[in-house]
Design a protein around this ligand. Sequence first.
Ligand SMILES: Cc1cc2nc3c(=O)[nH]c(=O)nc-3n(C[C@H](O)[C@H](O)[C@H](O)COP(=O)(O)OP(=O)(O)OC[C@H]3O[C@@H](n4cnc5c(N)ncnc54)[C@H](O)[C@@H]3O)c2cc1C
Length: 384
Amino acid sequence: MTEHGESVDVAIIGAGPVGMTLALALAGGPHRVRLIDARPRGAWSSDPRALALAHGSRQVLEGLQAWNRNAATAISTIHVSQRAGFGRTLIDASDYGLPALGYVMRYRDLAAALDARLGDSLLLDNCSVLRVDSDDIHTGLTLRRADETWRITAKLVVHAEGTPGNDDDVRVYDYRQHALVAEVRPAAAHDHRAWERFTADGPIALLPLDSDFSLVFTVPPEKAGELLELDEQAFLARLHECFAGRLEFTACRTRASFPLALRIRRQITAGRQVWIGNAAQTLHPVSGQGFNLGLRDAWELAETLLGTASDDAGDATALAAYGRRRVIDRNGSAAFTDGIVRVFSNDLAPLRFARGLGLLALELLPPLRHFVARRMIWGARAWP
Ligand SMILES: Cc1cc2nc3c(=O)[nH]c(=O)nc-3n(C[C@H](O)[C@H](O)[C@H](O)COP(=O)(O)OP(=O)(O)OC[C@H]3O[C@@H](n4cnc5c(N)ncnc54)[C@H](O)[C@@H]3O)c2cc1C
């Protein structure tokens, strides 16, 4: 067994898109950074998800030179409707003087663009965290990597390891829904339009991706199993039915499903530790906020660390200020997303009627539509 010792300013646990964003945002600054991941480098290449990225996220990724424009498909309109009910609304990028409301990119293309900027010396992959010991002066990590033991002392440990397990500090609400994801080919060109359709089982999103759609089909867990088993034609017929026959599909690939729950950490800072991205809050994908919010966590943490006069990356005053800066964005995004899921995932007739009125109001009242659209485009900057 070989032993390695290392002392850094910031150790980031989790080299997903949020952890990598933080590592890149800190690069070139005064802090020595170490990025640690449990999986081998590039394990993200098999991830089946596609993500809707807000216009504001594109700007951050461009600033980090990690925006792969060839992998991004623009969303120019979003059509929102409900199954078996009236009311629909259309949100159009041209109303906001923007080239796009947002972009769709495969998780793996996003991760590859970030990874390509990391270089070779920052990441310790294939590494499991055995212990975290924190005191007033530093946080110590004990890691196992094949037959090596690593002892890293860091002034600050950032948790970016994704969805947390059950922990006293994590509030959990299980939606008892799964998101079935796939890439489906439309019979007619999508024209950069995204579709969000609310059904009694849960929301369905179709996001333009290359010349296909990325599908997120939310259903109860037992239906997810059934949909995964259906042959291609039967699956496409089911989808066609959900859109009341308005959209035709010719092919489907890479079906996979994810269980959905809201998991939100009450405190995102404790001593010399901070939680960001999904490790801080894991949201339902209905509003496409999860990564966009995590990106803002990473960006604001980097700004805090680079902007403080102290050379201690774990400076308590700076971390407390960071925690305060994230309150509105985190709570606002979680409440917005959770509210949409609860109001739209049921089949009670009065609620169906109220949803129809809501969609009609969005269509008829431009200020209300702008309120929703601005949150999709800008996230935090749009909160009052
Ligand atoms: C179906 C679906 C659709 C979605 N659609 C959207 C969307 O349209 N827009 C959007 O913004 N968001 C969307 N999201 C949410 C988005 O995927 C997440 O918010 C985002 O992936 C969070 O990134 P992260 O880096 O925090 O965590 P992750 O992507 O989970 O990465 C965590 C990393 O930590 C590593 N890790 C895990 N445990 C350890 C450990 N113990 N030690 C070391 N490393 C560890 C993992 O290997 C991984 O590399 C969607 C999610 C789902 C499930």
